[in-house]
Design a protein around this ligand. Structure first.
Ligand code: 5GP
Length: 180
């Protein structure tokens, strides 16, 4: 069976950029689309970046066991729809999940063979700069995400591989090597 790779890392570390570059090399790999109760950011498209759902819909999915893993993050709820992941793996298509650390730990429990990868910033200051600089969150939200980031960075040793995102192309090449 094809394998499942999880990429985690603190908010703002550059997971999406690294994933976009890695997937350009690996068009056969499928990137899971999560559900979230967070409001869309400008430019985000429902069904592409996330499925944007209500808290009631989210609770319903969780109650029915439709989520492979789930977590609360910075005041919102996120989860991976189980069915699509299982279908892709059964069809021998490699799957990539971009999720936070609590979710990665649940995936490890559900699927011992999953490969868990953690993306780290080169320095703490770099992460602060990136997260504040992208301008998609209020200062309070940035503060909350940075507080969570400190805890997430302490979880790096839980992962099978740690990639330092000093350079997107180099980090993407490393991710590609874990997806092949
Ligand atoms: P953002 O709001 O910046 O899109 O995502 C916040 C955090 O939630 C990021 O660390 C992202 O990787 C994570 N995330 C996105 N989707 C999921 C999911 O389905 N499950 C979990 N556990 N985390 C997710």
């Amino acid at each position: 069976m094809a394998h499942l790779v999880v990429l985690s890392g603190p908010s703002g570390v550059g997971k999406s950029s690294v994933i976009n570059e890695a997937l350009a090399e690996l068009p056969q790999t499928w990137l899971s689309v999560s559900v979230t109760t967070r409001a869309p950011r400008p430019g985000e498209v429902d069904g592409v970046n996330y499925f944007f759902i209500s808290k009631d819909e989210y609770d319903d999915m969780a109650a029915k066991g439709d989520l492979l893993e789930w977590a609360s993050f910075a005041g919102n709820h996120y989860g991976t729809p189980r069915k699509a992941v299982e279908e892709k793996l059964a069809a021998n298509i490699p799957v990539l999940l971009e999720i936070e650390v609590q979710g990665a730990k649940q995936v490890r429990q559900a699927m011992a063979e999953a490969v868990l990868v953690f993306l780290e910033p080169p320095t703490w200051e770099d992460l602060e700069r990136r997260l504040s600089g992208r301008g998609t969150e209020t200062p309070e939200q940035v503060e909350m995400r940075l507080r969570t980031a400190r805890e997430e960075l302490d979880s790096a040793e839980f992962f099978d591989h740690v990639i330092v995102n000093s350079d997107v192309a180099t980090a993407a090449a490393e991710l590609v090597s874990y997806l092949q």
